[in-house]
Design a protein around this ligand. Structure first.
Ligand code: GLY
Length: 376
């Protein structure tokens, strides 16, 4: 019996399906062929993913008579750059990609964001298919149409909303992830439960260990529920005028910690999201918005999963509380000079607010830093 699930993203003329299952790559040709094109696609990928899975992707396309060429870029965040964008667009032009053609983004969040942006600007927009290979990309970055690159001024500062025509999340590909990368992506999965679905969080408390150990039914279910929640939010607010910011639960803290650690291997984005979610719940409890038990329960689940939970879990030094607050203020989510937080009235009940006293934020940061200092 096929485990494949489908989530429809209902965006009128930009609507598309997300298919989730463990056996999609061999069938990729059958999914891509109905999009048309000239029986040939261009693939953007990175060297790690190409080494593991490019042959299988090309074979799956060939099954439906679709030829393919691939540009293999270096793995890592540095590839979300102006120079890699130029290289990608010029390569696609050299491949004579036309308006009716299809570009495939085959990789994690970096490749998805870069390839999506290249597709958005190439000939004023060509269609693209996301085939996300990391858990983070399957549950977050491949869905919703945010594309872009980093600038020396900050992350994701140059980009466009450009929805994919199709997303194929092959959950079998998650088997080749390093456990650390899998758990970082799981931080985004937990985020969905925390922001809007208490029953899903409870399910993760029960199923999380099996899911991490490789239970495919649980993996498909977790990716599907995450994509469904993201689709619901993106349908309400495609360009983040309001509700879409709920997806940024934990991100105000996360961005400060990522900046403080130089966007390096010291803290992966999904790890920062998890630590940020724990801090957002702590702040919510201290402001009397949710019960004291909620942050403890959030942390207990993350601990059980072996995730980074506290600032104390981040190796090396961090700026003091004022320094971290200053880094938060540089985030692009600052509106009219006011820090915007996603806080919670309880697990599964997040909301957006700019009404957060700096003293409360500083208190949470100071205590987290003290715990870190006490652990040496
Ligand atoms: N990753 C947040 C968003 O897509 O809006």
């Amino acid at each position: 019996m096929s485990l494949t699930q489908t989530v429809h993203v209902d965006l009128a003329e930009r609507a598309y399906d997300i298919h989730i299952g463990p056996d999609l790559l061999p069938q990729v040709g059958a999914y891509v062929a109905p999009l048309g094109g000239r029986g040939h696609v261009c693939i953007l990928t990175d060297a790690t993913v190409a080494g593991l899975h490019l042959e299988a992707l090309k074979a799956g396309l060939a099954q439906a008579g679709i030829g393919s060429d691939a540009l293999i870029l270096p793995p890592g965040e540095a590839t979300k750059s102006w120079s890699a964008l130029e290289q990608s667009v010029e390569w696609l032009l050299s491949q004579k990609v036309e308006r009716g053609d299809v570009v495939i983004a085959f990789g994690g969040g970096v490749i998805g964001d870069l390839a999506g942006f290249a597709a958005a600007v190439l000939r004023r927009g060509v269609r693209f298919v996301q085939i996300p290979t990391s858990l983070l990309a399957q549950v977050d970055s491949s869905v919703g149409g945010k594309t872009g690159i980093n600038s020396p001024h900050g992350k994701n500062l140059v980009g466009a909303f450009h929805q994919p025509s199709l997303v194929l999340a092959d959950t079998a590909l998650l088997g080749t992830l390093r456990p650390r990368d899998f758990l970082a992506g799981y931080g985004e999965v937990v985020k969905y439960g925390l922001l809007g679905d208490a029953a899903f969080f409870e399910w993760l408390e029960e199923q999380g260990p099996a899911l991490a150990a490789g239970d495919m039914v649980a993996r498909v279910q977790a990716v599907t529920r995450s994509c469904q929640m993201k689709a619901d939010i993106v349908q309400r607010d495609e360009t983040e005028q309001g509700d879409r910011a709920l997806l940024n639960l934990g991100h105000t803290f996360c961005h400060a910690l990522e900046a403080a650690t130089g966007y390096s291997d010291r803290l992966l984005h999904g790890e920062g999201v998890a630590v940020g979610c724990a801090l957002a719940f702590e702040l919510s409890a201290r402001m009397g918005l949710c019960s004291q038990e909620d942050p403890s329960r959030v942390r207990a689940h993350m601990r059980q999963m072996g995730m980074k939970v506290d600032m104390a879990d981040i190796d090396g030094g961090l700026p003091d509380a004022e320094g971290l607050l200053a880094l938060m203020a540089q985030d692009k989510k600052v509106l009219d000079g006011k820090l915007r937080f996603i806080l919670a009235r309880g697990i599964g009940d997040a909301f957006i607010t700019s009404d957060v006293p700096s003293d409360a934020v500083l208190g949470v940061l100071q205590d987290a830093l003290e715990l870190k200092a006490s652990r040496g």
